[in-house]
Design a protein. Structure first.
Length: 297
């Protein structure tokens, strides 16, 4: 992870498709646990079974058209409905601090047997409207972890993202190396970002990702003091032309969290849509679907 730049046919098959697509339609329009925004499919659910099935077919046709429009190698797999009860999240072994289970857990994978992964995007430097349209039309869920110094010049971009169903999470004010800071300095970086996001987005984050994935016990204590419940890291990182892996087998596993960044040609050999085409090819080829992290954590 690099430092970002500093700047201002059978009935059974049909039924399974309807279930998966219906879940995707419903969850892709939810902004967070605190509220819902623009739930596609909600109106269809109020109609009769024939109307609902017809609308699901139209939605799937639109999704497949979007796959062709945006140049994906193949249609993304549809995630199953989220669990009725979220799994218990614990620290990844070796990632604990002396505070143990009393502090927000640090983890790279969500416990699940489903072949799903979670796409998370950090920082906020690149604000590409084409990316928003692409993700909306493809109905691929993702979670944003934002640093204030990169997003403060264009809150409207991220509010629009939020309105499309994306949860906005905490990635500190200034993207500093947290273990080098005192407890009070860390609390300033985390809690003041909680306040700022709460003010302009209307919802205080529940999730926090420490810059570079570096933290100590003070980081987690500070985060907990202002409402953070968990600190997801990542098992793999996506770029425009390759993946980087944390695990020795260089592979995806059920529940893995995938990291990427809001970056463009100034930082990458490509655009954010290029990155999505690359990472979705990897995820789909390996038989995984992308699910919404906040439905599980």
């Amino acid at each position: 992870m690099q430092l970002v730049r500093q700047k201002g046919k059978s009935r059974t098959k049909v039924a399974c498709l309807a279930l998966a697509l219906g879940a995707a339609l419903l969850t892709s329009g939810c902004s967070s646990e605190e509220g819902e925004v623009g739930r596609p499919g909600a109106e269809a659910a109020k109609k009769g079974p024939a109307d609902h099935a017809d609308q699901l077919k139209q939605a799937e046709a639109a999704r497949l058209a979007a796959v062709k429009k945006w140049g994906l190698a193949k249609p993304p797999l549809l995630a199953p409905p989220p669990p009725a009860v979220k799994p218990r999240i614990t620290n990844r072994p070796g990632f604990e601090t002396d505070g143990g289970d009393s502090l927000p857990p640090v983890f790279t994978t969500v416990p699940t047997k489903d072949r799903i992964v979670f796409l998370t995007i950090d920082d906020g430097a690149e604000k590409d409207p084409t990316f928003l349209k692409m993700m909306q039309e493809l109905r691929i869920p993702y979670s944003a972890f934002l640093s204030d110094y990169l997003v403060k010049d264009d809150h409207d971009y991220f509010r629009k993202m939020q309105g499309l169903g994306v949860t906005l999470n905490n990635h500190t004010l200034n993207h500093r190396y947290m273990p080098a800071l005192s407890y009070d300095e860390q609390r300033h970086e985390i809690c003041d970002q909680q306040d700022k996001i709460g003010q302009w987005a209307g919802v205080r984050p529940r999730l926090f990702r420490p810059p570079y994935g570096n933290y100590n016990e003070d980081t987690l204590r500070a985060a907990q003091s202002c409402g953070i419940k968990a600190a997801p890291l990542w098992a793999a990182e996506a770029f425009t032309d390759h993946m980087e892996w944390r695990e020795w087998d260089r592979d995806l596993h059920p529940g893995d969290i995938v990291l990427t960044h809001f970056r463009g040609r100034q930082d990458w050999n490509g655009t954010m849509p290029d990155m999505i085409r690359q990472v979705m090819k990897v995820i789909t080829d390996k038989g995984y679907a992308v699910a919404r992290l906040e439905d599980y954590v």
